[in-house]
Design a binder for this molecule. Sequence first.
Ligand code: NAD
Ligand code: IPM
Ligand code: MN
Length: 355
Amino acid sequence: MAQYKVAVIRGDGIGVEVIEEGIKVLEALSEQFDISWQFEEHPWSSEYYIKNGQMMPSDGLDILAKADVIYLGAVGHVDIQDHVTLSGLLLPIRRSFDQYVCERPSVLYPGITSPLSGKKPGDIDMVVVRENTEGEYADVGGFQYAGFDEEIGVQSGIFTRRGCERVIKHAFELARRRDKDRHVTSVTKSNALGYGMLVWDRAFDRIAGNYPDIETQSLLVDAACMDFIRKPEVFDIVVASNLFGDILTDIGAIITGSMGLASSANLDPQRRYPSMFEPVHGSAPDIMGKGVANPMAQILTGAMMARHFGENAAADDIEKSVQGLLVQGEILTPDLGGSSSTESVGDAVVRSLGN
Ligand code: NAD
Ligand code: IPM
Ligand code: MN
């Protein structure tokens, strides 16, 4: 029996609600696929911060390092500034475990009506590969005269040749593995950001030279946003910096139906450290506690986690089950036009496994 040690961080808001369903689905697969999920819960969250003055204990990263993977809900609380909560938990995990690739698929599934008119299922089927450890999110900056009239904030973007090349290479490899259109789009802004983004562009050109079988295009991020709306069908693999990838994947989520369907994986492709599986969406304080959050993004993120372990049949089963419910259209949360609860969607996914 395969044993996988999964550190679970439910986090805040709807993260706590949807991860319950994600775990339920993974547990339900154990017997058929001979998997033993060893879930280890860590109560690290904004509530934890309120009690302890930190988002996780000082040795939190050492504790997580012992797990095979991390399964995370969401982080963010209305009473605490986001930079405190995210810089105390989520972002240090991505950086410390060198999870330099963030894979975020955007697929328009049968049963979903895109807000974009005329787009049919299958028309949108792309993966955004987001750089996840440096770029605009580099932890480099500072204040001077904080709180005074003269206040200055410096926020530095760090684009290293190594950092750009490795994520871009991953994108090309994924284009080959997926074998869909064999097409990679680079998202840049080197018309205005003439240093870091030039390192990015040069890295893209160099890596592209090693993949003559893959077609490429380079788009400025503003034009890329437009094309995500105007002609999303042209995209196969999109590779983008940390910030651009963040923004584009919310667009990718909503054009394929909902934030509640968008899965995501933060990967250390070399597997030196645990990778982290968390959906694209946040803690959604506007709907927390109401039992209406869509758990499908968290559940599909669980499928990405299973695939990371090579449990492809289990991952396929989860994806098929979710897709079946979307086609059936009866047990859906309000974001997809239904009136079912988070829990009943989780239960329905479990019931349709193995079909
Ligand atoms: P959000 O993703 O939480 O919510 C955006 C919108 O999408 C809201 O209207 C919300 O109700 C809806 N939504 C999101 N997930 C949904 C789901 N599963 N089912 C149904 N509807 C869903 O983004 P936000 O409101 O900008 O951020 C809220 C908090 O979450 C902030 O503190 C932010 O920093 C944090 N955040 C955390 C993560 C993370 O932990 N990975 C990701 C994004 C945002
Ligand atoms: C995401 C989130 C995070 C990000 C925030 C919460 C720091 O928006 O995972 O998309 O920007 O990476
Ligand atoms: Mn985001």
